[in-house]
Structures are given as C-alpha cells and as structure tokens.
Ligand binder design. Sequence first.
Ligand code: XIL
Length: 335
Amino acid sequence: SEKGLKDYYADYFPIGVAVSPRSLEGESAELIRAEFNSLTAENVMKMGVIHPEMDRFNWGPADAIANFAKENNLKLRGHNLVWHQQAGPWIFTTEDGKTVGKEELYQRMKAHIDSVVGRYKGTIYAWDVVNEAISDKPDEFLRKSEWLDIAGEEFIMKAFEYAHEADPDAKLYYNDYNAIIPEKRDRIYKLLKMLIDNDVPIDGVGIQGHWSIFSPTETELREAMDLYASLGLDIQITELDVSLYQWEKERRELRQGESDEFTPELEARQKEKYDMFFRVFRDYKDQLTGVTFWNVSDRYSWLDHYPVEGRKNYPLLFDEDYKRKSAYDAVAHFE
Ligand code: XIL
C-alpha cells in the first residue's frame, strides 16, 4: 500500500495526531491509519472531561481512543494530568463551596493521577504531567493559577512524583506553548533545570508547536532545541499546527471581518514553513522522540474557534477533503 507520513519518518520519530473519538470513524479513521503511528486525546483525557466529579470518572471516550490505538498498533500519549484549564471546578472546591486546603488538594491530585495513569498503564507510554505552568509575563516565573495559589510551587514536583509512582515505566513530560520565544524559553529552561536538580522524575519536554507562517524562525527553533537538548531530556513536538495568522498580533487585535481565504500565496508560505520545521526536526532526531499534529485535517481544527470564533484556519497537512496539501509533499519528500 501507499506510504504515509509515518513511513517517510520511520527512521526519525513517530508521527502523531490529536483526536476526538468522533474522528476515529469513516474517512478520518482511514487517514489516521494510513499516515500516523501515534495518538493523543485532544480533550477527553483532560481532568474536567475524564474526571468530572470527585467520585465519577468518564472513561468511555478515553477508552475509545485507547482501544483504537491498541487495535491499530499506534502509540498513545496521555494529555494531560495537571493544567490550569479544563480542570473541573470540583478539584479546588470543598463540599460547602469553599476553596480546598493544600493537603486536601494534594490528596485529590494524587487520587486523580493514580486513577487515570493507573488505568492506562502499559497503554499510554508518555504523559504530559504538567501543562503550561510557566507565565507569559516577562517578570513572572510561574503562571497564576489555583494550583499555584493553593498548593504552592511544589505542585509541579508532586505531580511528577505521583505520576511516576502510578506508572514507573511511563515517560513523563512537562508541556508548554511559546516554548521557542527566547524569554519564555528561558523560564521553561529554568523550571526544567530545577526539576532535574531536585531529582524529580521527568523524562522530557513537550514543545506544543502552535506556530504560524510568521514564526518561529529557523534560528529561534534551533537555539531552543539546542538549549532543551543540553538538559539531556527527550524532546517532543506535541501539538503542531501552522496558523495563517500571527499569534502575538491576535492578542492585541482580533482582525475581525478580514478574509479567511486560503490563498495560493498563503499556501506557499505555509509549505515553506513546514518544510523548514521538518528539516530542523530531522536534524534533531537523536533528541526528538515524537512529532504530533494538533488535529487531523483542515476540515476541523481548534483554530477555527480560537482565538477568533468562526474564522476558518488551514493549519494542517491535509485539506478539508482529507487530501494531501502541498505542505505535505514538502514534509514527506526530503533528501
Ligand atoms: C484545546 C482543544 O483543541 C480544544 O478543543 C479545547 O476547546 C481547548 O483545548 N494547548 C493544549 C491543548 O495543551 O490541550 C489545547 O487543546 C490547545 C492548547
């Protein structure tokens, strides 16, 4: 049968994709089987979805993804255990509506990690243990969050320790975005170094890779890869997509009413960027243990809803009809 991305990259690293249970049917399932050899749950393993109340777990959707991975011989990444978003408000709240105390929050965190990591032991080979704990603000180290407020800085260490106890064989990752932008990169590096120096069981750093046709540059990407690699950690690109819009600009003005057409010019720029990213990835194959795309095809991407609701984006390698785009050829055909 025809070669897919996973075959072109067989000597480099697994090629993954973030999915919802719905995307494991029909044409989308066929595309996944043909092109990818690793899966991540886009949402259904997040605390708020998989553990919606203290005494209730919602295993069905997560199991569907785990079963598909097993049946089709795909690797499976776990995403994620501790995050300031999609956490499920119950974790921070007592029965009478007050904020939980520190000890209680650690007990709940441990119970959550034990249950979820324990259930997929032997199936999930790598977990994003802590997601996005570093601040985007230059003068702030850790992001303000309920985790930080209630549990203190050591919530990060504890999460890794609990995950390691629950599955000593799982590879444990710290995962974040804007991980290439020098300032934030240096704060992430500082956190990773602290964890390593304190013998925290961490195996790798996840660079989300929500990038765009504007950034990062090749130099920025290589500098960040070198810096993270110097820590001796594995590196994964965990959530790759290449937006047509400029992320930093989006935060200031939403460019409402602008055309969201995928013009040939934009397509060419996107292809060039993908080409460069994968050229760099191949150069780092000794450190890079996986590259995962955030969604399957341009038919649906989370960027159709974020940061501007309803503005179509075309950030992936397959078009709305699941056909390979020109960026696909750039990524697949190298030498
Ligand atoms: C996103 C999902 O794609 C959306 O469906 C959801 O509404 C919000 O979360 N960083 C992460 C991912 O680590 O979990 C996020 O996924 C995208 C940004």
